[in-house]
Design a protein around this ligand. Structure first.
Ligand SMILES: [Zn+2]
Length: 239
């Protein structure tokens, strides 16, 4: 049926518009969001390592101060040692000094441990930074690619809408109205090509009498099962 021709193209256009809109509204933003999250995670890991480094440094500075005050106390106790008179007091003072020295030694061990850790943290930091750099670069490339795609799709959308407008204004208003009515209640698909005697959308066999009417092309024939407008696709002309 000649009058169906613009509708067949409109159907193609509508489906392509749907695909493009899905890409623009969902697929591209989702992919971009995923890529952004990956970048943010890498940046967070760098911050975490930097935080570890700061904590290590602060602990070392605190220990330095503590060692200094212990040294002060040892010095003072050693001077006091000369002044005590009783044996008891002398012994107690010596014990005190001994304990302070032990504390100092333990703190010095801790500093060594922290210095070893610092080396590891530096290594970790460098790796995290390199990884973040790599992901950041990857993200920028992806972002650029998405923007390029988006631009292309918007352009394509514009072209399709223009083409659709022209087709819609040239179509038989009654058939176009029917198309809109079926499309809006049937998932956007109003037309169904018949392949080997079957409705290609719902796979129902088309009755021979309807097929005959379809071939004559005198009236609109709809699928008795899914209500879509049936048509026989044009076979490509043999070369
Ligand atoms: Zn059908």
């Amino acid at each position: 049926m000649e009058e169906l021709k613009p509708l067949i193209r409109i159907q193609e256009i509508d489906l392509e518009i749907k695909r493009i809109e899905l890409k623009l509204k969902k697929e591209i933003p989702t992919s971009l969001q995923e890529a952004r999250q990956g970048k943010e995670k890498a940046e967070f890991l760098v911050k975490q390592v930097e935080e570890k480094f700061k904590e290590n440094l602060k602990r070392r500075m605190d220990i330095d101060l503590e060692i200094k005050s212990i040294e002060e106390r040892i010095k003072k106790h050693s001077q006091d040692l000369l002044k005590v008179t009783s044996n008891e007091a002398y012994k107690a003072m010596l014990k005190e000094i001994e304990e302070e020295k032990e504390r100092k030694s333990a703190l010095e061990d801790e500093i060594l441990e922290l210095l070893i850790q610092e080396e590891e943290i530096q290594k970790e930091k460098k790796e995290a930074q390199q990884e973040a750099e790599r992901i950041k670069k990857e993200f920028s490339e992806k972002e650029e690619e998405f923007l390029r795609q988006e631009k292309e799709l918007l352009k394509r959308l514009e072209e399709l809408k223009k083409e659709r407008e022209t087709l819609a204004s040239s179509a038989n208003p009654r058939i176009y109205k029917l198309y809109i009515q079926i499309a809006s209640t049937h998932g956007g698909i109003a037309l169904s090509p018949v392949h080997d005697g079957f409705c290609s959308v719902c796979q129902m066999k088309v009755r021979p009498q309807l097929l005959e009417e379809l071939r004559k092309g005198e009236r609109i024939v709809r699928c008795e099962n899914c209500s879509r407008i049936l048509y026989i696709p044009e076979i490509e002309e043999p070369a």
